[in-house]
Write a protein that binds this ligand. Structure first.
Ligand code: HEM
Ligand code: HEM
Length: 186
């Protein structure tokens, strides 16, 4: 197998690791109960942790859209010999991770819009009016803040499982799966 086919291309690797760092940082900075504080009238612009959480979350959304576009045109992803069930499990995990990478920021925007909170980002950016409002029909379908929090927890659990699987491949199966997401020079 050539080097090119044993490793993801440079852009896929860079976007993967940037996304992973941004997701974990957004989660760590996700201030506990800040939805409740917003509902009690807190101006989110006055809290660096909320502003950073929202900025990192939008960065994740942007990186994910870029990755999905790049997947269409990039060199083929590497394939490794493994039992069919393992290949299907990896594909299913990636599929759900992709869905969560999109659903977590989307539900955040729904939470902000339907609860009439502004979007506040680093650099003093503030968007008071979002495409969704408390009057939008979608507002009654769910408590979007709660849905966002649950999906935010789920992405961390699933990414953790996915990381454990990658380490299992490296340590026990020694099949190059983990190295495929690292630089070929390592
Ligand atoms: C990968 C990205 C993200 C992750 C992992 C994440 C994770 C979380 C978690 C776990 C909570 C619950 C915190 C708690 O109360 O214990 C939360 C709340 C919240 N996040 Fe995010 N988040 C992400 C992206 C975003 C984005 C893009 C925005 C806004 C543009 C945002 C805005 C909010 C808001 C407003 C709440 C409070 C929700 C409520 O209870 O009403 N988040 N986030
Ligand atoms: C929030 C954290 C993470 C997310 C959201 C995530 C998501 C993803 C996604 C969507 C893919 C498919 C990539 C593609 O086709 O371009 C992938 C591949 C991969 N990830 Fe992650 N990942 C995370 C963290 C990690 C960590 C911590 C490790 C290692 C310890 C890891 C190791 C890998 C490897 C080795 C692959 C390629 C191998 C394979 O096909 O399974 N990831 N990841």
């Amino acid at each position: 197998m050539s080097t090119a086919r044993k490793h993801y291309d440079t852009l896929s690797r860079s976007l993967h690791w940037l996304t992973a760092i941004a997701v974990v940082a957004a989660f760590i900075l996700g201030p506990e109960h800040f939805g409740r504080e917003l509902r009690q009238g807190l101006d989110p612009a006055t809290r660096w942790d909320i502003v950073t959480h929202e900025s990192l979350g939008l960065l994740v959304a942007g990186l994910t859209l870029l990755r999905l576009l790049w997947r269409v045109v990039r060199p083929a992803a590497p394939r490794f010999d493994m039992p069919r069930w393992m290949h299907l499990a990896a594909q299913a995990t990636h599929g759900v991770l992709w869905l969560l990478l999109l659903a977590v920021p989307v539900t955040a925007m729904l939470a902000l819009g339907t609860e009439n909170h502004p979007l506040t980002l680093l650099g003093g950016i503030r968007v008071n009016t979002l495409p969704v409002t408390p009057q939008s029909p979608i507002a009654d379908l769910a408590n979007w803040g709660e849905v966002h929090g649950v999906l935010g927890d789920m992405i961390l659990w699933l990414a953790g499982l996915h990381a454990v699987a990658a380490i299992y491949h490296h340590v026990l199966l020694k099949d190059g799966v983990l190295r495929s997401m690292l630089s070929p020079r390592r």
